[in-house]
Design a protein around this ligand. Structure first.
Ligand SMILES: [Zn+2]
Ligand SMILES: [Zn+2]
Length: 140
């Protein structure tokens, strides 16, 4: 598996990550607020850092943290508190993702605003279906 280069906008966080077989998108309100738009990311994977001097983590829920650059603010990673060794990687941070890599799942389709749609046919899961897939208990 060839490694791709990733970095934040200012370069204070840079890393290598294996080329993805597919991407996922999440429309939940947290991802949209954090990413500024729907989130598109790699599935949970291992990230090898070249530099992480400005990497900061924000605990966004009981079960997860979101990684970002403390200098330039780029949204970069998402990881589960119970297994921080693997993380999802925001697709926009990574160079040269192959043209044949497609988004294969959309999460939290029931939280997607009406002002956009992602074109193409793929699996679209509600929030409840997303939690069931990942075995996470909803907060309530
Ligand atoms: Zn940065
Ligand atoms: Zn989300």
């Amino acid at each position: 598996m060839s490694a791709l280069n990733g970095k934040c906008l200012c370069g204070d966080v840079s890393f290598k990550v294996g080329a993805p077989s597919h991407l996922d998108s999440c429309h939940c309100s947290q991802c949209r607020r954090w990413s500024g738009s729907p989130n598109m990311s790699f599935d949970f994977t291992t990230v090898n850092f070249e530099t992480d001097k400005s990497l900061k983590w924000f605990r966004s829920s009981e079960w997860a943290e979101r990684g970002f650059c403390g200098t330039c603010g780029s949204s970069l990673f998402y990881r589960l508190v119970e297994d921080p060794s693997k993380m999802t990687v925001c697709a926009g941070a990574v160079d040269d993702i192959s043209d044949d890599v497609k988004i294969t799942k959309e999460f939290f389709i029931d939280e997607k605003p009406k002002f956009y749609d992602l074109a193409g046919e793929r699996e679209r899961l509600t929030g409840a279906e997303t939690f069931a897939l990942f075995g996470v208990e909803e907060d309530n």
